[in-house]
Design a protein around this ligand. Structure first.
Ligand SMILES: [Zn+2]
Length: 552
């Protein structure tokens, strides 16, 4: 019987697909005029639905009622409640039990879903099930189908996907110049009027060994900001000149936009006596730690050194090299500074850096200098000395999600999910990745090393982020060592452990000290410490329900 079971499941699945296909085949194609129809497909339980409501209102913002119709395809258990809410135009009630049979009922629902003529179908549910959610998505015949890959961490990813469905900022056509701050937000064709702050010839060596290309790098500025440029064609304009650049394009180098100048770009002198001069514009290239993004160049920044050390290593060519690095702070935060030159500041020193570059180190910005001349020691303190111990920058979740990766931050949010893979994991001894079925994706089967980690999703009503507690903060949060956690999992199973964690943390207000990693996948908060605020979960739940006028 156990051997037969997989085949029976497969046959059952195929039967359902066949059934649905016939239902769809005989259903007429709906007319695709009128407002765009967006389907939200959720078939899960009422608790998950309520937790999702804060996110649900975001869809209405992305798909405004003037030109969109949002249809929620919901579980009959909570559809009456859903109909009272203003976030959708129509609710289609699905009786999940009846739908999971090859019946007249399923037939009608499948055809009804197709008849909406949806452009976009979204399944924002964390547990996907073939028999309902996915088959409804399929029935919708929407040209854009969005499903989460099967867990809550993808909530962040899902949001990103939806933003993209809305379409990227349309590249501007025509010769009207844009401000540099606007140009930095688009990718594609731009025109700008800007003053040339710096130009420097450089050589790019082709990776395939077929030679090298002479290019010019530099920086452009206008009153709205500054941006780096890379010219692939001879660039003869001087530093300080004001120019109009037509037909350039904006490309992203890592997380940093850059203007690319090529054959098709026209650069001509521009006259505007009111345009700010060099000294006024130079101010705009000064950064703070909060502004740093991966791939930035020409960074001017003032810093207080917190710690400093050096390390000797053997480079690829066999020679001994020294790398110096340490933590630096400014009023906006903290980051790492790496020096590939003889530079030995003392903790508490104030320094000014010119022409620094930013690379990523463990997901956080790392300022890099290559020459001692890039550093100026400041005798006059730019600010009253900051105590590194208590230097935490308060950042609300929305700013955090919309900003760059940061260290030394304090934030808070409501716990809306506890990830079921929280607890003890086995890591690859080579690369520290979590092993799946005893194997590392990179290094194959391994004898794993035990580690403890807890994973959550936190939300402030507008934005959400993943929260990760590694062993030390997790032990402090649980008030239990890793041995204690192992014992608990041994007696209650991982599900039992996660259930007790849910009972304690879900809908609680979590305050976190730590750092963030923000990328295309969304935002992740890595806790140094995390604790729940004193409000009890039931009080918090009560607040959420009052806010939404939910009566259970
Ligand atoms: Zn590995």
């Amino acid at each position: 019987m156990t051997l037969l079971k997989p085949y029976l499941i497969l046959i059952r699945s195929l039967l359902f697909i066949l059934f649905d296909s016939i239902a769809l085949w005989v259903a007429k194609d709906p007319k695709r005029n009128q407002p765009k129809v967006v389907l939200l497909i959720r078939q899960d339980a009422i608790g998950d639905f309520i937790l999702w409501l804060d996110t649900a209102k975001e869809y209405r913002k992305h798909f405004p009622p003037e030109n969109h119709k949002i249809v929620l395809i919901g579980n009959a258990l909570w559809c009456d409640l859903a109909k009272e809410l203003p976030f959708w135009d129509e609710v289609l009630t699905v009786n999940v039990k009846a739908f999971k049979t090859l019946s007249r009922y399923r037939w009608n629902i499948i055809r009804k879903v197709k008849s909406f003529g949806a452009e976009i179908a979204i399944q924002p549910t964390y547990s996907r099930e073939f028999y309902h959610g996915d088959s409804l998505i399929r029935a919708s015949n929407a040209s854009k189908k969005v499903s989460s890959a099967g867990n809550m961490s993808n909530r962040d990813r899902l949001k990103v996907t939806i933003l993209r469905e809305g379409g990227p900022a349309a590249p501007q056509i025509g010769d009207e110049p844009q401000s540099i701050s606007k140009a930095s937000e688009v990718e594609g064709y731009v025109n700008v009027v800007a003053r040339i702050l710096t130009t420097k010839p450089e050589v790019i060596v082709r990776r395939d060994g077929s030679g090298q290309i002479d290019v010019t790098r530099g920086r452009l500025a206008d009153p709205s900001g500054s941006i780096g440029f890379l010219s692939w064609v001879p660039f003869e304009h001087q530093e300080g000149s004001l120019v109009k650049i037509t037909g350039a394009s904006v490309r992203k180098f890592r997380d940093t936009p850059e203007i690319s100048i090529n054959d098709g770009t026209v650069i001509e002198p521009y006259h505007d006596t009111a345009f700010p001069d060099m000294s006024e514009l130079a101010v705009s290239t000064k950064s703070t730690i909060a502004d740093l993004r991966n791939g930035m160049r020409d960074v001017g920044i003032t810093l207080q050194v917190e710690s400093w050390n050096q390390r000797t290593f053997t480079s690829e060519d066999g020679s001994q090299k020294v790398v110096r690095s340490g933590d630096v702070i400014d009023p906006s935060g903290r980051c790492r500074l790496t020096a590939w030159c003889e530079f030995d500041p003392a903790p508490g020193d104030f320094i000014r850096i010119e022409g620094g570059r930013v690379q990523f180190w463990q997901g956080s910005p790392d300022l890099v200098i290559d020459q001692r001349e890039q550093v100026i020691d400041l005798s006059d303190p730019p600010w009253e000395k900051i105590d590194p111990e208590g230097h935490w920058i308060d950042l609300d979740l929305t700013s955090l999600v919309n900003g760059g990766s940061r260290r030394g931050i304090r934030t808070s949010g409501t716990v809306v999910a506890v990830r079921p893979d929280s607890g003890i994991v086995e890591r690859c001894p080579e690369c520290r990745r979590v092993l799946r079925d005893g194997a590392c994706t990179e290094h194959g089967p391994q004898r794993g090393q035990e580690d403890l980690r807890l994973r959550f999703v936190i939300d402030n009503g507008v934005s959400n982020a993943s929260l990760l507690m590694s062993r030390e903060p997790a032990e402090a949060f649980l008030g239990l060592g890793m041995d204690g956690v192992r014992d608990q999992i041994a007696s209650e199973g991982r599900e039992g452990f996660v259930a007790s964690l849910r009972a304690r943390a879900l809908s609680g207000a979590m305050v976190i000290h730590g750092r963030t990693i923000v990328d295309d996948q969304g935002a992740m908060v890595l806790a140094d410490t995390a604790e729940l605020e004193a409000t009890s979960p039931s009080e918090a739940a009560q607040k959420v329900m009052e806010k939404w006028g939910v009566v259970l």
